[in-house]
Each structure stands twice: as C-alpha cells, then as structure tokens.
Design a protein around this ligand. Structure first.
Ligand code: KIV
Ligand code: ZN
Length: 389
C-alpha cells in the first residue's frame, strides 16, 4: 500500500448522525452510503448496531448495498456489542469492527471506576474477541487526546499485538492543540514497537475549532487515516470536516499526501447531507458554504475581477460549487457594479458608471444586498448625461 495515501473514514452516518435532529431512517442511510461510496471514501462507519434495532438494520442494509467501500460498525469493549456488530455486518464484502474503550484517567476513574491495568486488559480482550469475526479490527482509545502518552503507547502496542489493524487516537473532547496532537502521533510512531503493523487514525472533535488542524497535524506526523464527516457534523461542535481535509491535502501538494475522494462531488454531497439531515450549512463554511466563493468588498472584487487567483485559492468548479459570485453591497466598488451591469447586458462608459454608482450606494445603504432587479431598475431609469454646449 502506498505510504502517502490517506484513508478517508467517513463517520457522517454514525458520529454525524448523533447530532440532535439529524436522525436518519434506514432508506436515507443507505442512499447516503451509496453517495459516500461514489464520492470515493475508503471506509463508511455505518452505525452502532447494538444501540437500536433501527441502527442494526441500517448497518445490515448498507452492508448489502455498498460493494467497494469497507463498512464499519461501532461497538463498546463489550462482547455482546461486538457480536451484534459482527452480525449486522454479515453481508458486507469488507467488514470492519470498530471497538474500544476510554483510556484517559478521566474515563478510567470517573466513567469506569477502574485502573489503567484493568482497562488495558479489557482493550486487549475486546480486540481479540473482534478478531474472531473479521480480520479488519479498529481499536479506539477514547479520549486519547487527554491520555498520558506513555500509557497510550502501552495500550496501542498491546492491542496491535492482539490483532488490531487500525488504531484510532481520538481527541474526543477537542482539547488538543495541533502541535500536541501531532506530537502524540509522533510519540506513538517512535515508541510503539509494532506500530508498522497498524494504520494510525485521527478522530478529532471541534470543540475549540481545531478538528481539521489537528487531523492534518496527525497525518503530517505519520497517521494515515482521517475520520471525518460531511459538513463537519458530529457530537457537540462536530467532527473534522471531510471537505476541508480533502482540499487541504489537494492544495498543499508539498505534503505529498492524497486521498481517493472526487472533489467535484463535495458540494453536491454537502447539499444532499444538509437536506437529508435537515441541518443547514453555515454560509461561511469553507469549501461548501454559500459564501465560500462570494466576493463582496470593493477591494476584493476589484482584485478578483482582474485575476481570480488574487482572492481565490480554489476554483469553485474543482469542488462542484456554482461559479464565484460578485455580491453587491454598500462595501462594493465601481468595478463590481460595472461588471454586474455588463452581465445584465448594459454597456455604460466610465462617467455613466460613476453616476450610477451614487444611486447604487443609496440603494445599498438601505438594502443588505443589491440584486439584479434593483440594478435593472436603476439602469433603465438612468438618463445619460449630455454635454452642455
Ligand atoms: O469521539 C470519539 O472518541 C468517538 C469514538 C467512539 C471513536 O467517537
Ligand atoms: Zn467522535
């Protein structure tokens, strides 16, 4: 396997679906899974089968319908969970069981009232049990972001020895800084003797707005899988956003890392997920927000109209978005006004545009955005100035 390929593990249907109000039925989940496969993700986390009969059924149906991507099912470090996950995955061409346990002292003491030694033992047992059902077992060390690195390395080494083929290092609470998260991955690379036998995975939450930055720091430090969701959906402030990591790796070619994702499908799938999950995308969201390719201030518009590269690092076509927009507001300048008038079929000279600009500002100060119908009215009412003899 090429060492510079980053596996995209999509968890929109599991972590993303945990968002209040985003619950999906089986038909919706299967339809989205097929679109995720078309997008080119490598692994689809389809659900948490023990959590409800509906989720079990969704994992089962997705396993029957998706043929290329690996289908993953979540479980706790509990034998019954793992068995139910395996059962739900029984038709999958490429099944993966994702099992694990909290490894930070917060989890060990407060959640499990246990000890580091006992948790390590449970981690090994759950991986060994899962290996009875599939060769593809991913272990998650929940709250790895706040887990002591020495202890985390011990757990990771033990679960790989027990058969884990992917080790997931979640920053469950979104606490880490990019430098810290990258160092954690580097620490595991340097201190786990059998680390070459497993893929390291980043699973970062966005509580401090750092999920994407942390995932990128993780792959720079040697992780080779990113767990992410469309539109960054997920528990609380969300997960790493798929479209962001894909485009960061595409933009920064010097990193020499790539994914299998077809970027032209990013905007269509973002809209599909937003509609199906009834969760609108914030307008200023990178790559897929309504304003991601809109220019509204005079300085930006003037530069953009001279050369798009002055204010755009991505061509909207590359990510399946509509053409860049010149939005007219009270902050817009004459070149943007002239451009929009020209698009509407008017050929005004510089003096006319200057004169029209004054009426434009009056409208713009009242309205938030000056639309085509306003421009048409202005242009049609305009009387070109005639020279006085
Ligand atoms: O955030 C997290 O730790 C998780 C695990 C269950 C992988 O979602
Ligand atoms: Zn999570």
């Amino acid at each position: 396997m090429a060492d510079n390929k980053i596996f995209i593990f999509d968890t929109t249907l599991r972590d993303g679906e945990q968002v209040p109000g985003c619950k999906l039925n089986t038909t919706e989940k299967v339809a989205l899974a097929l679109e995720l496969e078309r997008l080119g993700v490598d692994i689809i986390e389809a659900g948490f089968p023990i959590s409800s009969p509906g989720d079990y059924e969704s994992v089962n149906q997705i396993s029957q319908n998706v043929r290329e991507a690996t289908i993953c099912a979540l479980s706790r470090a509990v034998k019954k969970d793992i068995e139910v996950a395996a059962q739900a995955l029984k038709y999958a061409k490429r099944p993966r069981i994702h099992t694990g346990i909290g490894t930070s002292d917060f989890h060990i003491k407060s959640k499990f009232n246990s000890t580091r030694e006992e948790i390590l033992e449970r981690a090994v047992q759950c991986v060994a049990w899962a290996r009875n059902f599939t060769d593809d077992v991913e272990f998650y060390a929940e709250d790895a972001g706040r887990t002591d690195n020495e202890y985390l390395a011990k757990v990771v080494e033990a679960v790989i020895a027990a058969g884990a083929t992917t080790v997931n290092i979640p920053d469950t609470t979104g606490y880490c800084l990019p430098g810290q998260y990258g160092e954690k991955i580097a620490f595991l690379k340097n201190n786990v003797s059998n680390i070459d036998k497993a893929v390291i995975s980043c699973h970062c939450h966005n509580d401090l707005g750092l999920a994407t930055a942390n995932s990128i720091a993780g792959v720079i430090a040697g992780a080779r899988q990113i767990e992410c969701t469309i539109n960054g959906l997920g528990e609380r402030a969300g997960n790493t956003s798929l479209e962001e990591v894909v485009m960061i790796l595409k933009q920064h070619k010097h990193l020499d890392l790539h994914t299998n994702v077809n970027a032209q499908l990013l905007n269509p799938i973002s809209r599909l997920v937003a509609d199906t999950m009834r969760m609108p995308v914030q307008p200023n969201k990178a790559i897929v927000g309504a304003n991601a390719f809109s220019h509204s201030s005079g300085i930006h518009q003037d530069g953009f109209l001279k050369d798009a590269l002055t204010y755009e690092i991505i061509n909207p076509e590359e990510v399946g978005a509509e053409q860049s927009k010149i939005v007219l507001t009270a902050r817009s300048g004459r070149s943007a006004l002239a451009y929009r008038l020209q698009k509407l079929g008017f050929q005004f000279n510089r003096n006319d545009v200057d004169a029209l600009y004054q009426s434009f500002l009056q409208v713009a100060d009242v309205k938030k955005e000056v639309k085509d119908e306003d421009l048409l009215q202005m242009a049609n009412e305009y009387q070109p100035q005639t020279e006085v003899a």
